[in-house]
Design a protein around this ligand. Structure first.
Ligand SMILES: *[C@@H]1O[C@H](CO)[C@@H](O)[C@H](O)[C@H]1NC(C)=O
Ligand SMILES: *[C@@H]1O[C@H](CO)[C@@H](O)[C@H](O)[C@H]1NC(C)=O
Ligand SMILES: *[C@@H]1O[C@H](CO)[C@@H](O)[C@H](O)[C@H]1NC(C)=O
Length: 436
């Protein structure tokens, strides 16, 4: 399973602070040895200002109360630098903390700069100090402080490059605070700048798009409208191009989003095309599942892949998020993926066959016979399919209009709840097994 873990491929495209949540997830899943994760954390922390955190990890990793001298030295350095940055930024910060003065600011950047300069002797140096201070706070792990100051800095900044960098910092801070709505706004703001005609260079544009898509995974798999958002973004030509140029592994996420998003089923064809084009550059059980089903019509292969898909989702930091219920833990995305994937298999099978053996279908859907029969009965009833179930012979017979089954299912899946309690129960059992 470790071969499906994308953390190593994703991390280089993230701010190092954003890698922590991924490591936390892997640690919780006990995917790698605890020591390995702790060492990776210390390595990451060594380039931030979170020295106290690094010391704590060192202590628990080596079961000691002592910390190495270089950590102690680093702490002294960090505290000293924080103090001096605080002093440099103080004039502007005390201005910004005074509500009655802030009210005098206008939506006119030039006016504000002039006013700050004339009345408070706050010039480019003090504004630069605010940026440095905000950045330093971010490195210390004070994301809320950093977000506020970076926001204020951008309102006064006249350097495009710096302003862009502040916006990336603000985005990272909002993600780390899990403010998904604000993070989404910042993401869109960044996208607009990156896509603008006068952006630095095409190469840098490509790189920025790739970063943006990686950072967006946090938002899209947490924000309530994320499953549409990721499809809207990743399928834009320039972004899909970037994926196909230098970020093939992102196909996992866009594929998953398409599978679970019933309303965007129309993207399936485009997705399959890309998966096929990139089959030599990237594959995992999720892309292979779709390939088996829609390119090769290989139902046995699809069924085998579906089992692997479940493991991939459970072990992916973006997809495998657990939700604690009163009685058991579920992984909502896994449940939805399996539900929809089975629907895909069923749809495709129906399109090819007139008469379907329930036992055979149960096997292909990886369900028990009874479960599959109940599932199909519900499906036929709720989707008003033109199909009859013959319990005696254990078959489903598609009516003459069965070629429309695909559309019919699409129509009615909104109110269709295929997720029976039975399935939920099984799912929690298998989750318990995986956790063992
Ligand atoms: C805000 O600035 C005004 C004008 O300089 C000053 O009179 C006032 O005391 C300040 N308020 C606070 C809370 O510092
Ligand atoms: C975070 O930064 C803000 C703004 O500088 C500051 O007021 C706050 O005390 C900082 N929090 C911590 C925990 O250092
Ligand atoms: C679901 O659970 C039932 C009862 O425990 C069992 O008979 C069936 O085989 C399970 N199905 C799957 C797909 O695990």
């Amino acid at each position: 399973m470790a071969s499906y873990d994308l953390t190593r491929r994703i991390a280089p495209h993230l701010d190092r602070h954003l890698v922590f949540p991924l490591l936390e997830f892997l640690q919780e899943r006990q995917f790698y040895g605890d020591d390995e994760i702790l060492k990776a954390k210390i390595e990451l922390l060594s380039k931030t200002n979170m020295v106290d955190y690094a010391m704590d990890i060192h202590k628990s990793l080596y079961h000691t109360e002592d910390v190495p001298q270089d950590m102690v030295d680093r702490r002294v350095e960090v505290v000293g630098r924080l103090k001096s940055l605080e002093e440099s930024a103080a004039p502007l910060i005390s201005f910004l903390q005074n509500a009655s003065l802030v009210q005098e600011l206008r939506p006119d950047k030039q006016y504000n700069l002039q006013m700050l300069n004339d009345r408070f002797q706050i010039g480019p140096d003090q504004i630069e100090a605010l940026y440095q201070y905000a950045k330093f706070q971010f490195e210390c792990g004070n994301y809320s402080g950093a977000a506020d100051y970076l926001y204020q800095y951008r309102a006064l900044c006249t350097n495009n490059e710096r302003s862009l960098s502040a916006l990336w910092g603000k985005l990272a801070a909002e993600i780390l605070m899990q403010n998904w709505d604000v993070a989404l706004e910042e993401l869109n703001r960044l996208k607009e700048i990156i896509d603008s005609k006068n952006f630095v260079s095409p190469l840098s544009q490509l790189q920025n798009r790739i970063w943006l898509m990686h950072w967006s995974l946090f938002i899209f798999f947490n924000h309530e409208n994320g499953r549409n958002g990721i499809i809207d973004l990743f399928f834009q030509d320039r972004y899909m191009n970037a994926i196909q140029t230098n970020a093939h592994h992102l196909l996992r996420y866009v594929a998953t989003a398409v599978v679970v998003n019933k309303r965007r089923r129309n993207m399936l064809k485009e997705l399959i095309k890309v998966i096929q084009q990139e089959q030599h550059s990237y594959k995992d059980p999720i892309t292979e599942f779709l390939e088996c089903l829609y390119v090769n019509y290989d139902f046995d292969g699809a069924q085998r892949k579906l089992r692997e898909c479940e493991d991939v989702i459970l072990n992916d930091p973006f997809l495998g998020k657990r939700v604690e219920d009163s009685s058991f833990t579920t992984v909502p995305l896994r449940d939805e993926f399996l539900e929809n994937a089975r629907l895909f298999i069923f749809e495709t099978y129906c399109r090819i066959h007139q008469c379907i053996d329930i036992g055979m279908l149960a096997e292909k859907l990886d369900m028990s016979y009874d479960e599959a029969e109940r599932w199909i009965v519900n499906l036929v009833r709720n989707a008003k399919l033109d199909a009859k179930i013959d319990s005696k012979s254990g078959t489903v017979i598609m009516g003459p209009n069965h070629l429309n089954v695909y559309e019919q299912i699409m129509e009615s899946t909104k109110q269709l709840s295929v997720r029976t309690y039975m399935l939920a129960k099984n799912v929690s059992e298998s989750a318990a097994q995986t956790a063992r």
